[in-house]
Ligand binder design. Structure first.
Ligand code: FAD
Length: 396
């Protein structure tokens, strides 16, 4: 094994949106003068969750910390050009502020009400709607079986996931961060600390800290340092379709009572759902579950939006959630047993919008040994050790 001569202060395993955001925030911090290596096996990112995501941002979470992370995302993307520009250029984020609409039957109203109170106390611009109000705002929708709905009035919508990632990546590289096309296959430890990484190419390097940003492969990297991470790949199919009878208005990203979601992707629509058999899949299994569309998603769509009885699927793909089986929430921060091993894992379906807040938080941990802007310690690894869930109710 040849070693990379000089070693790095920080090695980041995985260079998609979370790894690139972490690299970005480290390299932007005037108090950090260390060296950063991002190890990423696939520079096309074809199978990363980032590239396969539904690319949407919402403030409607049940936990104040998740709300605050998304609020920072909103702040960050509002000034995206200035934040990431290199030589006056930045990728086009294409943010469309469509809102998120959560629908509820009687059974779901208590959760909607509870989340609404939390969201309002956190300053989220969100409104609860009666079924009549829902029907008036969205006349294409069947509302007779609803008890209510919650709509985000501002700051929620859809963006270009690749642009967000490339913005972080390009600026980080401009700031001196190195990206290497390789895979982390081993983590070496010495006296309870990470001392280096081994790479698939046969090279190795020493490092002062490692950040685990390997998405659905996060538990593989953790196990290299003898750490257990209850994060597994869960398959999510996404379907792009057109509708013969247009709705006449752009729908918000709508989460139906069935769990099926739908959003616009002009001139088409996108939809997905939670598989009935929602279990771990193989890392290489990217087969689209077409039966899910015909048996589960389409009937739910046609029930909620009768025009969606006449649709045709144009394209589909499958991506992987990095799914935390303990509580569906992210795991962020150091491993107590190996304090320079830092997790940024388990983001399920909300990691894109969490990338700025988590990247910033992890960079602060590395630089100052503590969170300075937003305290993310509720998402820490200690709860995994104690099997103490920190549940997020608003999971899609
Ligand atoms: C269908 C779908 C819809 C989604 N919708 C949304 C949404 O609307 N809004 C939202 O906020 N989030 C959404 N998400 C979630 C979001 O996409 C992810 O949480 C986020 O992209 C995670 O980014 P990441 O960088 O942690 O992981 P990834 O994007 O998966 O990147 C991990 C990287 O690690 C690399 N890697 C793997 N193994 C190794 C190794 N051994 N060494 C080095 N590198 C390695 C991989 O090549 C990959 O590039 C969705 C996800 C899916 C699948």
């Amino acid at each position: 094994m040849t070693s990379i001569a000089h070693g790095y202060d920080v090695v980041i395993a995985g260079g998609a949106v979370m790894g690139s955001s972490t690299a970005y925030f480290l390299s932007e911090n005037p108090d950090f003068d260390g060296s950063v290596l991002v190890v990423e096996p696939d520079p096309t990112y074809a199978r990363s969750s980032t590239a396969l995501s539904a690319a949407s941002v919402r403030h409607q979470f049940s936990n104040p910390v998740n709300i605050a992370i998304s609020q920072f995302c909103t702040e960050f993307i509002a000034d995206f050009h200035h934040n990431v520009e290199v030589d006056g250029e930045s990728p086009d984020l294409g943010f469309r502020e469509t809102g998120y609409l959560f629908l509820a039957t009687d059974a779901g109203m208590a959760t909607l009400d509870r989340n609404h109170d939390v969201q309002q106390s956190c300053g989220v611009d969100v409104s609860l709607l009666t079924p009549d109000e829902t029907q008036r705002r969205y006349p294409y929708m069947f509302t007779d079986d609803l008890a209510g709905a919650s709509i985000g009035e501002r700051n929620e919508g859809t963006l270009d996931a690749n642009s967000l990632m490339q913005g972080f990546r390009r600026r980080a590289r401009h700031n001196g961060v190195e990206y290497l096309t390789d895979s982390v296959i081993g983590v070496t430890t010495d006296g309870g600390l990470v001392s280096g990484v081994e790479l698939a190419s046969g090279r190795s390097t020493s490092c002062g800290a490692i950040v685990n940003c390997a998405g659905p492969h996060g538990s593989v990297i953790a196990s290299m340092a003898g750490l257990e991470l209850p994060v597994e790949p869960r398959q999510r199919s996404v379907f792009l379709f057109d509708c013969r009878e247009p709705l006449g208005q752009t729908p918000p990203l709508t989460i139906d009572t069935s769990g099926v979601w739908i959003r616009s992707e002009p001139p088409y629509y996108l939809a997905g759902g939670i598989p009935v058999d929602d279990t771990r899949v193989d890392h290489d299994d990217f087969r689209v579950r077409h039966g899910e569309f015909t048996d589960q998603i389409w009937p739910a769509l046609a029930h909620r939006i009768p025009q969606f009885d006449k649709i045709s699927v144009k394209r589909s793909w499958a991506g992987h959630y990095a799914y935390n089986t303990l509580d569906h929430n992210a795991v962020v921060g150091p491993a107590p047993a190996v304090p320079n091993f830092i997790f940024a894992n388990g983001f399920s379906g909300h990691g894109l919008q969490q990338s700025a807040g988590v990247g910033r938080g992890v960079s602060e941990l590395i630089c100052y040994g503590e969170y300075r802007s937003l305290d993310l310690s509720e998402l820490g690894y200690q709860r995994i050790l104690e099997r103490r869930p920190f549940t997020e109710d608003a999971i899609i």
